[in-house]
Design a binder for this molecule. Structure first.
Ligand SMILES: *Cc1c(COP(=O)(O)O)cnc(C)c1O
Length: 848
């Protein structure tokens, strides 16, 4: 009897042990405790990387920890997907040719709310979390602001628990890596996938064929219906690669689905002779080329066939995928727009309007009017530019050679549309020409902004001024034709990446005063206003700023071997290099200060460190010259003993999200000095002001709204307004007169021309100075004096440390509007008509 009881106890114990083990097994997969995380990392190191600690590399550890994090996202991800495809909820589909995501690891730790546990786990394993975070190679699948906006919007959609899929291209090579050699930009390929990508899952079973080229065969079928049969020249296959995008402290994990291009079927070389074998291999290479590389142009079109192929490729895969998801939920194609709303991030995906029509007409056999109704209830279009040269057009012949069927469809859309236009603007040929989808110059071309506008139910600009200017300039006739489509959606940035992740010290200080709910409700930063005058808080605030500046100082030293003074004013202009952004105006000011020192070496000026970073499009000669000029001026100024280190010019190479995260928190002054009327919104301006930098800026893009929010007394305004720019130009702008009449400006330009910064080479910068003196589209010389004067005020203001701290605190406190959460709420309520859907977690062991 006693034996039996003992035996039963043993069995129970064993069972209990087993249960415990099972829990432990599960725990290692999904547990969030420090011990579970440690076990998961060790397991992944062994079972995924096939390594043990003695031989593991830093990358092995990076992969092991990343898989441990991904495992903890999977339940949220599958639960979100399951809930969304049930068919009950409307899904936002964001179409963007670019996503500038930045590294995932730290962001996922923050959004999962396991940062400190992971820090501890990694520490107990004997190394530092920062060391692993720094190892991640970021996916640079975008050029600048537009791609970064898409990334911020994906973060906010998930954080607001809005069902969403981001669609794009899985470029094998993202934006090039920039190095500086002898002051010039040199480009290197971005082989970001080289060491593997732990964040994506290849879904080989999700793939679509995409036709290209060829011709259209027309015939009447037995029922008397006109059939358009597109016989393609060739076909590529798009394969889905999915990355989970986790919301901040919620169950929602949305999907970023990027398409990789491949040959449609693997080549059967038995059946081919040698000659055809190499043909087939060539064909495979041609197919893979489509998603090979990101075009490195920002605000500038490159009318290359491959680019059009890229755009069509990803849009066709995405629309086929959405239709597939919709039909699988058992619904009818006619109701597509009730399931999906598709946002076009600029015109790059606007071919989607013609493709949607083709799919509905040719594949789903709908009638034109029904198909047009579905299409125009589906799409909404965001415009991102006011630069006429950046408005996308395609040469008609080139277009026809890639998309012959779509050309027919565009002609038909245009024919029907122009009937309506003629009714409204009878006899007004200017209006008809301007609204037509086809342009006629020496050659015919297709106007993609017009295609996007006619096929969308909503059109928006990205800052209040931008939207107003759109209505008056590039989309004026569209606004007159359908004003009800227009609205403004001012851009925003995610406070998770651009504050919590990149500036944890400031996050902590803010949270110590107002709690941490501001991270999801950025307007709550208002609560800091009452500490703006508090000397203790001011001191703590400036200590955090100094700490960030010291970190950047070390980074600059490590990267460039340069020593800069962290106590100096950090004057920062980081963004793509473009004439309209006017990095050269900044340089003219630096030379002006330098000349003052040369004239009077004992002059009392606030020491400044000018920090530039940004890439130029490889084919943009003047932008590349601006980089060279910055470096050339830096070389002279940094090494002139008269300067006594009061001025330093730094060009920090390879501007990307990783580097941006280190630079923004260290700024005292944010340079937002574009020609008024040229910058659509800007988001760098928001990230900097949020991190406590004061702005020197023109009334351009979102600067206008930032100034309204932070208060005009806390913003350094200069320069012509957009109206004044237009007026000055229409009255006949003569930049040469500004040069002639301003001796300091003249001195600066003459020095550049005389080779003062180029070892007496007088030719090197000529293209740049000639364009300033004789053309100056971007009003650099007209704004020079006003810029120098405001910079003198900034010099003065920086001397009063307490007042500067007060202004800095107020800048942060009043930036609540510029969260991308606010932008996304506006899109949801006013354009998409979608609501949050809290995700219920499903138990992975109970799914059938
Ligand atoms: C925010 C951001 C941009 C956009 O900067 P702007 O100053 O608005 O032009 C470009 N690149 C990166 C890496 C960014 O983070």
């Amino acid at each position: 009897m006693k034996n039996k009881i003992q035996k039963e106890n043993k069995i129970e114990e064993a069972a209990a042990e087993q249960v415990k083990n099972n829990i432990l097994v599960e725990d290692a997969r999904t547990g969030l405790s420090v011990d579970a995380l440690k076990r998961a990392i060790s397991n992944n190191l062994f079972y995924v990387q096939g390594k043990y600690p003695e031989i593991a590399t830093r990358n092995d550890y990076f992969m092991a920890i990343s898989y441990a994090v991904r495992d903890r996202m999977l339940q949220r991800w599958t639960s979100s997907v399951r809930q969304y495809i049930s068919g009950k909820n409307k899904i936002v589909s964001y179409l963007s040719a670019e996503y500038l995501l930045g590294p995932h690891l730290a962001n996922n730790l923050i959004n999962l709310d396991i940062y400190s546990q992971m820090e501890q786990a990694v520490k107990e394993l004997g190394f530092s979390l920062d060391w692993l975070i720094d190892k991640e190679v970021e996916p640079g699948l975008g050029n600048g602001g537009l791609g970064r906006l898409a990334a911020c919007y994906m973060d906010s959609l998930a954080s607001l628990e809005v069902p969403a899929i981001g669609y794009g291209i899985r470029y094998q090579f993202g934006i090039f890596e920039q190095a500086i050699s002898d002051g010039w930009q040199v480009e290197d390929t971005d082989n970001w996938l080289r060491r593997g990508n732990p964040w994506e899952i290849a879904r080989r079973e999700i793939s679509y064929d995409v036709k290209l080229g060829g011709h259209v065969q027309r015939y009447i079928d037995e029922k008397g219906k006109l059939i358009n049969n597109w016989i393609p020249g060739w076909v590529v296959k798009g394969v889905a690669y999915d990355t989970p995008i986790l919301g901040y402290k919620v169950n929602t994990a949305n999907t970023l689905r990027l398409w990789k291009s491949e040959a449609p079927r693997t080549f059967d070389f038995q059946s081919f002779n040698a000659g055809e074998y190499s043909n087939a291999v060539n064909q495979k290479i041609i197919c893979e080329n489509i998603s090979k590389v990101l075009y490195p142009n920002d605000e500038q079109i490159e009318g290359k066939k491959l680019r059009l192929q890229q755009q069509y490729f990803f849009v066709s895969c995405s629309l086929q995928d959405m239709i597939n998801i919709h039909l699988r939920s058992g619904d009818k194609i006619e109701n597509f727009y009730e399931k999906f709303v598709v946002q076009l991030n600029d015109t790059h995906p606007s071919i989607g309007i013609a493709e949607m029509m083709r799919l509905l007409l040719d594949v789903h056999r709908m009638e034109w009017d029904d198909a047009w109704k579905v299409t125009t209830k589906t799409f909404a279009y965001t415009n991102h530019t006011l630069l006429p040269e950046a408005l996308e057009t395609w040469d008609l012949e080139l277009f026809a050679s890639v998309l012959p069927r779509h050309l027919d469809i565009i002609y038909e859309i245009n024919k029907r549309f122009l009937v309506d236009v003629t009714l409204k603007f009878f006899g007004n040929h200017q209006k008809i020409d301007s609204l037509s989808l086809i342009g006629e110059g020496r050659r015919k071309y297709i106007k993609m902004a017009n295609l996007a506008s006619v096929g969308s139910f909503a059109i928006n600009g990205v800052a209040s001024l931008h939207t107003e200017l759109l209505k008056k300039t590039v989309l004026k006739d569209w606004y007159e034709f359908s004003p009800e489509k227009f609205s403004n959606k001012t851009n925003g940035v995610t406070p998770r990446r651009w504050m919590v992740l990149s500036n944890p010290q400031l996050t902590k200080l803010i949270t110590s005063k107002i709690g941490d709910t501001w991270i999801k409700h950025l307007e709550e930063l208002k609560g800091l206003e009452k500490y703006a005058e508090d000397p203790e808080f001011q001191q703590a605030w400036m200590e955090v700023k100094l700490e960030q500046k010291k970190k950047l100082t070390r980074k600059i030293h490590g990267t460039l071997g340069m020593i800069v003074n962290p106590e100096s004013l950090f004057d920062i202009q980081v963004k793509r290099i473009h004439e309209y952004k006017r990095q050269h105006l900044n340089v003219l000011h630096i030379i002006t200060l330098y000349n003052r020192i040369k004239r009077n070496p004992d002059i009392d000026i606030v020491p400044r460190t000018f920090i530039f970073a940004g890439k130029s499009a490889p084919g943009y000669r003047k932008a590349k010259l601006i980089i060279k000029l910055i470096n050339a001026v830096g070389k002279v100024v940094n090494n002139d003993p008269d300067v006594k280190d009061r001025l330093k010019v730094v060009f920090y190479p390879n501007y990307n999200v990783t580097n941006a995260q280190k630079i923004y928190p260290a700024a005292d002054l944010s340079e937002q000095i574009s020609t008024a009327g040229k910058e659509a919104s800007g988001t760098g301006n928001m990230k900097l002001s949020l991190n406590g930098a004061l702005t020197v800026g023109t009334l351009d893009g979102a600067n206008v709204e930032i100034r309204e929010c932070v208060g005009e007394e806390n913003f350094f305004l200069f320069g012509l307004t957009a109206d004044e720019v237009e007026k000055t130009k229409s009255e006949g702008y003569r930049p040469w007169e500004y040069y002639k009449n301003n001796k300091y400006l003249r001195e600066v330009i003459d020095q550049i021309n005389d080779g003062y910064f180029s070892q007496l080479d007088q030719l090197i910068f000529k293209e740049l100075t000639d364009s300033l003196l004789y053309d100056d589209q971007f009003m650099v010389l007209a704004d020079y004096q006003s810029y120098v004067e405001i910079q003198d005020k900034i010099d003065e203001a920086f001397r009063d440390k307490s007042n500067w701290a007060r202004m800095s605190i107020l800048n942060t406190a009043r930036m609540g509007k510029f969260s991308s959460d606010r932008s996304i709420r506006e899109y949801c309520n006013e354009i998409w008509k979608v609501e949050s859907v809290p995700v219920e977690l499903i138990d992975p062991s109970k799914t059938s």
